[in-house]
Design a protein around this ligand. Structure first.
Ligand code: CP
Length: 476
């Protein structure tokens, strides 16, 4: 199977078998990299150095980065390829009002592969749609960061040999942490149980929870204490996603079993920093005061005896430096695996090697075949940091949504994956040629299910419907 020419924008873009194939090649790359480091004079390339000779990677980082940018660039250099890079949007023609689609076409004509980090959610998808070469999302706002997830999974697999059935706790900023959002779907795909431990106010966004529950086959159990706050006695837990693959009592889920399961040990604690740069106005003060610190004392709990302590880094104050010397700390190793994992990914997307994909027949894949709504008017993505609502991009981008549910009618933006429930609908079929029957209805009315997806017209507001000549029905 070939991954050549493909892009990686979200974790949905890779099957489990393809991820495993990247990891197998990363194992080879890791061995080769060790040799390169130890024996620079004799080459010691393990067959990898030079594999991407003559290829150019464009590294476009419009947000700060140490690990992702430098590990991608190091990876390309180790493969014998070349790198062109931009680290400041102000130094590009984006500052003059150029759209990112135009930038993508241009850079795609200079480079063989593009790695992009951008603050707008969905920006990497637009670049992938227009560049004509493979594009790797190195973080698009608070949406996803799939290559971080690859190296997170790779670290867990190297340490625990499997991901299936493990209990992985996600800690800190689960609202804005893009590494968390990618990791949630990847863990679910590989059959892990996920323990959600957010700082109060930074819970996982509902659109992610809804996608997880609707598409990944597991159950979400919300944990509530007597004071109404969600918690367990052994662990400050908000909710738990139980994989359908779990053979444990966890699947039965009474509180007592949960306590027993937690005491039996958490396999990994994935700590994240408060993503202050994405906080809404007024969100910072209270949240920062309550942001818990993972330190030696916290890790003394029985449930953390064999826990891998992970962090995508950078850290601020949420993970004490005293943990660094603890054998459970994984974060520097985790960051170092970024090079061989990204070497493997670049090699496969550039088609320098074929991927050896062995897909289990039962491998779980989430649903992706939703009807699409792209009439291009009246309804827009409500996410203010979505690429589809930015002034420079609305000149050519048509809003596009997956219709992921009918009761209630729920749309998911194809760019930022933000989910929302629009307010009004009409049918293109019922009114066609008959102005008197141009009626709009409440999106919560039973009529929604009667309108074929291809005939749906969706409005954000009654005034939009009326501006387009629709009158309210009894169900508006
Ligand atoms: N983990 C991560 O994305 O780090 P950087 O922001 O330094 O790239």
């Amino acid at each position: 199977m070939t991954l050549a020419g493909r892009s990686l924008v979200t974790m949905d873009d890779l099957s489990n078998g393809e991820i495993e194939a990247i990891f197998s090649l990363a194992d080879e790359m890791a061995a080769a990299t060790d040799k390169q480091t130890r024996l620079p004079k004799s080459g010691g390339d393990g067959g990898q150095a030079g594999i991407c000779k003559g290829k150019i990677m464009a590294s476009l980082f419009f947000e700060p980065s140490t690990r992702t940018r430098l590990s991608f660039e190091a990876a390309m250099h180790r493969l014998g390829g070349n790198v062109i890079s931009v680290v400041d949007a102000k130094a590009t023609s984006l500052a003059k009002g150029e759209s990112i689609s135009d930038m993508a076409r241009i850079v795609g004509s200079y480079a063989d592969i593009i790695v992009i980090r951008h603050p707008w959610e969905g920006a990497a998808k637009v670049v992938a749609d227009y560049a004509g070469v493979p594009v790797i999302n190195a973080g698009d706002g608070g949406h996803q960061h799939p290559t971080q997830t690859l190296l997170d999974l790779y670290t867990i697999k190297r340490e625990r040999q499997t991901i299936k059935g493990l209990k992985i706790a996600l800690w800190g900023d689960l609202k804005y942490g893009r590494t968390i959002h990618s990791l949630i779907f990847a863990l679910a795909k590989f059959g892990a149980n996920i323990l959600f431990c957010p700082t109060p106010g930074l819970e996982v966004p509902q659109n992610i929870i809804k996608k997880l529950v609707a598409e990944y086959g597991g159950e979400l159990e919300v944990i509530r204490g007597s004071d109404g706050r969600k918690k367990t006695s052994s662990f400050p837990l908000d909710a738990i996603y139980i994989t359908p693959k779990s053979p444990h009592q966890l699947a039965m889920m009474p509180d007592l079993n949960l306590e027993v399961e937690l005491k039996a040990g958490v396999d990994a604690l994935y700590v994240t920093r408060p993503q202050k740069e994405r906080f809404a106005d007024g969100e910072a003060g209270q949240i920062e005061q309550n942001f818990p610190v993972v330190n030696k004392k916290f890790l003394k709990g029985e449930q953390f005896k064999k826990t891998l302590v992970m962090h995508p880094l950078p850290r601020v104050d949420e993970l004490a430096y005293e943990v660094d010397a603890d054998p459970r700390s994984m974060y520097f190793k985790q960051a170092a695996w970024g090079v061989p994992v990204r070497m493997a990914l670049l090699t496969l997307l550039l088609g320098a090697k074929e991927a050896e994909v062995r897909e289990e027949p039962s491998a779980f894949e989430p649903r992706t075949d939703y009807p699409v709504y792209n009439r291009g008017y009246a309804v827009t993505c409500p996410n203010p940091v979505c690429v589809s609502v930015q002034e420079t991009e609305t000149k050519y981008l048509k809003p596009e949504f997956k219709i992921v549910n009918l009761e209630p009618l729920t749309l998911r933006c194809v760019y930022c994956e933000h989910g929302f429930e629009p307010r009004y609908v009409a049918s293109a079929e019922w009114h066609e040629g008959r102005l008197d029957t141009r009626k709009y209805h409440g999106a919560d009315s039973h009529l929604v299910k009667k309108i074929k997806p291809e005939n749906l017209i969706i409005f954000d507001s009654a005034s939009q419907a009326e501006e387009r000549g629709f009158k309210p029905s009894h169900y508006a």
